[in-house]
Design a protein. Sequence first.
Length: 211
Amino acid sequence: MEPAPEGTESPPGTSPEAPTEARPQITPGQKKWAVIGSIAVFAVIIIAAVFFPGLLAKSQQGEGYPISGTPLATTIAAPADWTPGTPVPTALENTTPSQTSTPTPSGPPGFTITISPVAATGAKGETVIYHMTIEAQNGFSENISMQLDATALFVIRRTVDLGVQQPPYPKAIDYPFPIPADWPSGVTIDGVVRSTGGGITREDRLSLTVK
């Protein structure tokens, strides 16, 4: 069919071809700059994340609102004697030098006495050496008087003065005890050493068998 001549109308049911709408074309140069721009933006984001992590964290948390459960930071003032150039002590550090104090006694003053041998054997006329140690407790510093009470079968009753011991304590004493010649052989003498000082009395029991 031949096209209708210009100036004539198209037959019914037919329409002339509509002109095609022109679309913008992207040139290779524009693509190149778009890629370069995307790389530059990505590089800026990476650098900001590495060197300015606080900025990103701050933007996520919200300015002026601390994280729930985390205490706010406090400012620690430097002490009056602080020297510039040295670290400022924190609140957990002790800024004053510690002082050594004398221990406080945990109880009333007193003393203990240790005697050896507890059980001895000797012949009449021999001498038994008793070793005595006096130790003070809680600052005790009084004189201590000592005596020996000896008994045997309700026949022998004798009291021997062991003298008075003076501070300072501790103190070690060797006391020679001669066995009397009139004590019968084969008898065991029960002895009690009584030590009195500062209103306190201690008793230590001994035994001596005569050969």
